[in-house]
Design a protein around this ligand. Structure first.
Ligand code: GDP
Ligand code: MG
Length: 262
């Protein structure tokens, strides 16, 4: 029997919050987070939002030493923003990196349950599609897209994950270091599938914790047809490669009927 791995205490935490035009959300989410998990530092990842989100985040940082801002030149997608945030945090020896949206969909008050689960895992996914998980106020087309996307991921990649597309997560730094992040090219929301897939193939312990995802009440979603297309293209390509690899390894084995004949 394999012994359960003993993991060190979770250590220094930073919560990465990507923002693009979240002027009305950024202060509220940062203050909710600081109240819910005071020991965690915060890094806002702003892609030069035209609505001035970056300047508001700078003021939050000036008032609170645990809040920082990474200003990026232009909008390059969620994936690129998180990769920059991971690199920033790895350089500064954080032990845990959390991903969390700025719009209130991911509730800071639920972060503690992700961190508790991380005591026995390498990666914790906040999950809408496991028992106890849910979404509030999502239009039917978003539910269909999310459930359908996750079924597609499970069928093509064979990943035993209920919600591989969600973006409320906690990673141990030690896990991120094994994931070959410089090879990640995903820009939009398939970035989340990409990382979960890499973690599972790397043999890391990936655990799901139920969350309640609450649709934003302020500001606009940045979800677009381009983001859906990128996900569809990438997941289909990864799945085709993976399934082809499975067929190849089956074919390389001596066929059973051969032995039965002999
Ligand atoms: N830095 C950065 N943040 C982004 C970008 N696209 C989306 N976000 C942020 O990612 C989070 C999730 O995006 P959102 O539009 O709410 O997507 P939805 O919840 O799927 O509708 C929010 O905090 C956005 O501000 C981007 O290109 N760059
Ligand atoms: Mg949102």
């Amino acid at each position: 029997m394999t012994q359960p791995q003993v993991r060190p205490p979770i250590g220094k935490i930073v919560v990465l919050i990507p923002t693009y035009n979240e002027r009305e959300n950024v202060s509220l989410i940062v203050s909710r987070l600081r109240a819910a998990v005071p020991e965690a530092d915060v890094l806002v990842l702003d892609d030069n939002s035209p609505d001035g989100t970056g300047a508001i985040a700078d003021r939050l940082a000036a008032d609170d030493g645990q809040v920082r801002v990474l200003h990026r030149e232009s909008k390059e997608g969620l994936g690129a923003a998180y990769l920059a945030g991971f690199a920033w945090a790895l350089e500064r020896d954080y032990d845990v990196m959390v991903e969390m949206d700025a719009d209130g969909s991911h509730q800071p008050e639920q972060l503690r349950s992700l961190l508790v689960a991380l005591a026995d895992a390498d990666v914790v996914l906040g999950s809408r599609w496991v028992p106890g998980g849910s979404v509030v106020n999502w239009p039917i087309h978003r539910k269909v897209l999310s459930v359908g996307g996750n079924v597609y991921v499970r069928v093509l990649l064979g990943m035993p994950i209920g919600d591989a597309t969600g973006g409320f997560r906690a990673y141990r730094a030690s896990a991120l270091r094994t994931l070959d992040l410089q090879k990640v090219a995903s820009q939009g929301y398939c970035f989340q599938v990409d990382l979960a897939w890499r973690a599972i193939r790397a043999g890391l312990s990936v655990v799901e914790v139920p969350i309640t995802f609450v649709e934003r009440t302020i500001g606009d979603s940045k979800m677009s047809q381009d983001i859906v297309n990128e996900s569809l293209r990438s997941i289909t390509m990864w799945g085709a490669r993976y399934r082809l690899g499975q067929v190849r390894s089956l074919l390389r084995r001596e066929p059973r009927w051969h032995r039965l004949d002999g």
